[in-house]
Design a protein around this ligand. Structure first.
Ligand code: SF4
Length: 194
């Protein structure tokens, strides 16, 4: 039987096509809390132009995003917010930890600062530096694109079935402000004026 493929026709797997589309149209959710956030902004500006990699549509609604970029230190009080935003992002989704503080707590080795966000949400790429340069973040995005293409992102019903079967990417239990024993409120210091 003669099976001829007409010109201008490409044959591929649906999953490869979906992954190719997804990796080239990442929508980042910026979680910028400190100085690393400035470099994150520089990455989106004209000189570095992250739009070249299809990831320029920064959104502040987690439901429209598939790439969380945590840039800066995260304090314990902020952690429930970070986790809630992560959970609000639809699958498939990815996370980049940008800078020493987000990945390890950096120089802030203290009880109130999270010593690495990967203890609480899953991280796909780590960007070293204090702060990392925009080129490093872009390299992380390129590496992430490779990972997305390599691992694939199943589509539609297939994805839903697969997502139901695989073990949940667990969030670590944390003591939320609601469950923690509440300290006695501090006394209100009267404003004596100047
Ligand atoms: S890693 Fe350095 S630049 Fe980034 S938030 Fe921490 S102190 Fe700031």
């Amino acid at each position: 039987m003669d099976v001829s493929v007409p010109e201008n026709v490409m044959v591929t797997k649906l999953d490869s096509l979906a992954s190719w589309c997804r990796k080239n149209s990442l929508w980042p959710m910026p979680f910028a809390t400190a100085c690393c956030g400035i470099e994150l902004m520089a990455t989106g500006a004209s000189k570095h132009d992250v739009a070249r990699f299809g990831a320029e549509v920064f959104r502040f609604s987690p439901r429209q995003c598939d790439l969380m970029i945590v840039a800066g230190r995260v304090v314990m009080k902020m952690l429930p917010v970070l986790q809630r935003i992560w959970l609000q992002m639809p699958e498939p989704k990815w996370c980049i930890s940008m800078g020493a503080c987000a990945s390890t707590g950096g120089v802030f080795d203290t009880y109130s600062v999270v010593q690495g966000i990967d203890r609480f949400i899953p991280v796909d790429m780590y960007v070293p530096g204090c702060p990392p340069r925009p080129e490093q973040l872009i390299q992380a995005i390129i590496d992430l694109q490779d990972k997305i293409q390599r691992e694939g992102t199943l589509m539609g019903k297939e994805f839903q079935t697969e997502a139901r079967q695989r073990p949940k990417r667990a969030l670590l239990d944390i003591v939320t402000p609601q469950s923690a024993p509440r300290p006695e409120p501090l006394p209100i210091i009267p404003n004596v004026g100047v």
